[in-house]
Design a protein around this ligand. Sequence first.
Ligand code: F6P
Length: 328
Amino acid sequence: MPKSIEKIAVLTSGGDSPGMNAAVRAVVRTCAFHNVECYGVYQGYEGLIEGDFKKMDARSVKGIINKGGTILKSARSKEFRTKEGRQKAYDNLSEEGIDGLVVIGGDGSFTGALIFNQEFGFPVMGIPGTIDNDIFGTSHTLGFDTALNTVVDAIDKIRDTASSHNRLFFIEVMGRDVGHIALNVGIAGGAEEILIPEEDLGLDRLVESLNKSRKSGKSSSIVVVAEGDKIGKNIFELKDYVDENMEGYDVRVSVLGHMQRGGAPSCFDRVLASRMGVKAVEAMLNGQSNYMVGLLDNKMELTPLDNAIKGKTKINLELLRVSDIMST
Ligand code: F6P
């Protein structure tokens, strides 16, 4: 029988995402519901190393479900990658009597949690928080839905000016290694082309396709480009290439950047965060460790952290086809 858990700490780590606050709230309130003490750790793993903890109760998390960012702050800690850093973190947790850790973050944050567990046998549980939706074991990561809505709103605005000036816009969206944001917002924003890392369209095909849409009567175009796209050129080089190889289109670039990570979480992300927080704490209280909570077939499921880190998410091929047909 694993030792029963009496004090749980929660931290947010890596790139922030809308819904992280709602997840912190859910973890804190589920602990309160089960009469378990809860501590918030500031600045991700940095706060574990510095001993920057604060005891939280149900009222400490009032008024945050609708707030973007994370009240606990977030960081990508270099020191936690060292054995010495992790030892300090373990000592600080032990001194406070904390015996379980919930990590809200992406795969880098989960890797840290897994190593920490392997070294010290410390119970850990992951909640996937990243706008990229690139974590295996959940159909949606926290913040993905909100980011999609934020980006679609931006594309709609760019479309207004693109069509007024008969321009072609390249719009870069986040997604370091994956095209989930690009593919979804491309369809929702009516993009003529979507460039994603998972599919190399090739420059000639891109120009051919843009020429085709011009000939079909379109006077402006939107091309959504995932930042990790592997077409071989960054978005400004893409613009130059199209300028040189296409007649008569006035081309502009818009890089949306970090605004995609901000803003109030959508209803979907708030509900998801609440469900994930409850599941993470209750699984831990039931003696489970080294899992990530995820949404699969609209149910809360646990995936071993190791699989969540190593598994790859797949692009939905049906969406690719829909996008091809819609850009006719
Ligand atoms: O992983 C989330 C993410 O937003 C990526 O889409 C993006 O490439 C990266 O974080 C940006 O990281 P930073 O905030 O460190 O610039």
